[in-house]
Write a protein that binds this ligand. Structure first.
Ligand SMILES: [Zn+2]
Length: 340
């Protein structure tokens, strides 16, 4: 059994257990600790007091799949990675929006996504953090240079923008200034609701493959599927608590080897949970994304954390919580891998 077969074998074993758990609704989703509030303007009603199974799949469960960091690294710019991701999306008939860092972007790779009918977004040329970039125009030049390159190479208008690290500006003034200038460039902000930290699993997965550790790689792949399903379920529950209803969700993964190998498994697991795939444009048409952004700070968190009631210290449902859990589970074993 070569490395890849061995990974697949390990992954298949864990996946079977996982899918069984999903099918049984066996509580394999880790529940984020969320602050439940009864605000004065929303007293408990007879309807809300009735026990409701929020995990029951319904026809209303819709999600837009978005992938970030195309072109951020050599790996994410490799045509082979994109080809396999696009194949997985096509197999599930899932529309996709891809967010581009123009830095290491291969024109041939960009064309693969265009031929597949992907929606494009600007993610800055060098993945620059708005909060760290300071008050000068460095960040804007990064936005504008990627904008110019995308227009030149795609011959189409790119109308979505995603903030690197999901940092929207750490003060009210910085946030408003960025939003205004992006709107002037014709951009709509592509929010994210599911608090995924799969980039960390992808980093561990790459290291496991490089160190020829197929058992660990298989576990990481299964954890990826579980994580993508869990974070979406948590976003679904939180939307019902915060917005009072189901919303069109937006999930986030990245262009990397883990996605090339296993995004198809993620999409199949989501489909099995009753999720239907919609385009980013369809998702953003949900009025929840037109609510005011009342969060101020650098959390890099879900859109659900940014709408009222504002994020508080009690809200641990942000990206860091999942990230900490992934580190706790895998960090030591990854550190102990023999260096290739
Ligand atoms: Zn990014």
């Amino acid at each position: 059994m070569d490395t890849r077969e061995s990974i697949l074998h390990n992954f298949e074993s864990v996946r079977l257990a996982l899918l069984l758990g999903l099918a049984l609704g066996a509580g394999c989703s880790a529940q984020p600790r969320m602050a439940l509030r009864n605000t004065p303007d929303s007293p408990p009603t007879a309807a809300s007091a009735r026990p409701v199974n929020l995990r029951e799949p319904t026809a209303a469960r819709t999600v837009a799949v978005t992938l970030d960091d195309l072109g951020a690294t050599e790996e994410s710019s490799a045509p082979e990675i994109s080809t396999r991701i696009l194949r997985a999306l096509a197999a599930e008939n899932a529309p996709v929006a891809v967010f581009v860092n123009c830095r290491a972007l291969e024109p041939a790779t960009l064309r693969l996504w265009q031929q597949a009918g992907a929606t494009f977004g600007n993610h800055t040329a060098t993945h620059l953090d708005l909060d760290a970039a300071g008050a000068d125009d460095v960040w804007w030049r990064d936005v504008e240079s990627c904008d110019a390159r995308l227009r030149r190479e795609l011959h189409e208008r790119v109308s979505f923008f995603r903030y690197p690290y999901l940092r929207y500006g750490k003060t009210v003034e910085a946030r408003a200034a960025a939003a205004r200038r992006l709107a002037d460039l014709g951009y709509t902000i592509a929010h994210v609701t599911a608090a995924t930290s799969e980039w960390l699993l992808a980093d561990y997965y790459r290291q496991a493959l490089e160190s020829d550790a197929p058992a660990l790689a298989g576990e990481l792949a299964a954890a990826y599927v579980e994580h993508m399903a869990d974070t979406l379920e948590a976003a679904h529950d939180w939307a019902i608590q915060k917005a009072g209803r189901d919303i069109r969700q937006i999930t986030l993964a990245h262009v990397n080897r883990l996605a090339a190998d296993h995004l198809g498994d993620v999409l199949a697991a989501l489909r099995a949970r009753g999720w239907q795939f919609v385009s980013l444009k369809q998702a953003l048409a949900d009025p929840v994304y037109s609510l005011p952004d009342v969060y101020t700070g650098s959390c890099g968190c879900s859109w659900l954390a940014r709408i009222a009631p504002a994020l508080t210290r009690d809200d641990t449902y942000v990206f860091g919580e999942y990230e900490a859990r992934i580190r706790q589970r895998f960090e030591q074993r990854v550190q102990a891998l023999p260096k290739p």
